[in-house]
Design a protein around this ligand. Structure first.
Ligand code: DER
Length: 236
């Protein structure tokens, strides 16, 4: 089956098996192309008796909430989230994640780490057979304060021995660096295989200028992977 259908099947299954419309009042909605189907499915739960609020993880996420006629709330109003759904760029065997492919990692981590339950939805390409960095070759996304990017690039190389690192450029969409929904830059840092993502996250987080890393440690509780044969694999 087509990739988009595999993603949809996984997302629908994740919502149907984990979202409880009676008890879950605050729902985090992530960013990217797979979570589109989460928002679609949540929209099908809305009726005159439901009152759950959805918390966005960036502008695209806000669009998903609005276009699916879901109630939009802010993380400031609802700092405690009952359940959050999001995509991932890679998932390792202990459910550690690389996220940030869509440059929304800061708000994604703010929402997912504020959630009692955090569920990942992805297609089977995102599941790593071993460690992070096995399939995802674009490096660890890192959100940095714009004025610090030269310093952070140097520290990544000199202090953390990363193989290569660069500021994410807008390409044909925008001259110059990608600017995140929080007015920051993204640096993608290639560390090759990441045997200890927790240690790497901590080391990167200490660098001056780093706002947040795309290494989501001990955050996800379950992951739903859509396979090309239409089946769904669940990791927990
Ligand atoms: O940027 C992100 O973290 C997104 O969630 C991304 O990792 C997943 O994007 P996809 O669902 O389009 O593959």
């Amino acid at each position: 089956i087509p990739l988009e259908q595999a993603k949809r099947i996984a997302a629908y299954r994740a919502v149907d098996e984990n979202f409880d419309v009676k008890t879950h009042k605050v729902v985090g909605v992530g960013s990217g192309t797979t979570v589109v189907y989460v928002a679609e499915r949540l929209g099908e739960y809305v009726d005159k008796n439901t009152n759950f609020v959805c918390i966005p993880t960036g502008f695209q996420s806000k669009q998903l909430i609005v276009s699916n006629k879901l109630q939009l709330g802010s993380i400031e109003q609802y700092p405690e989230v009952d359940i959050a759904f999001d995509g991932a760029d890679e998932v390792d065997e202990s459910l550690q994640l690389i996220k940030g492919g869509g440059a929304c990692l800061f708000q994604e981590k703010l929402v997912s780490s504020s959630a009692k339950k955090f569920i990942i939805v992805a297609d089977s390409r995102k599941k790593s057979p071993k460690y992070l960095g096995y399939n995802w070759k674009k490096g660890v996304p890192i959100e940095v304060v714009p004025s610090s990017y030269v310093r952070v690039l140097a520290d990544l190389q000199n202090k953390l021995q990363c193989k290569s690192a660069s500021v994410r450029e807008g390409g044909s969409a925008k001259a110059g660096p990608v600017v995140t929904d929080n007015s920051n830059f993204i640096i993608d840092a290639d560390f090759g295989e990441i045997a200890d993502p927790r240690k790497l996250h901590q080391d990167i987080k200490l660098l001056v200028g780093v706002v947040e890393t795309g290494l989501f440690i001990d955050n996800a509780e379950k992951a739903y992977f859509g396979n090309s044969d239409g089946t769904v694999q669940i990791q927990q």
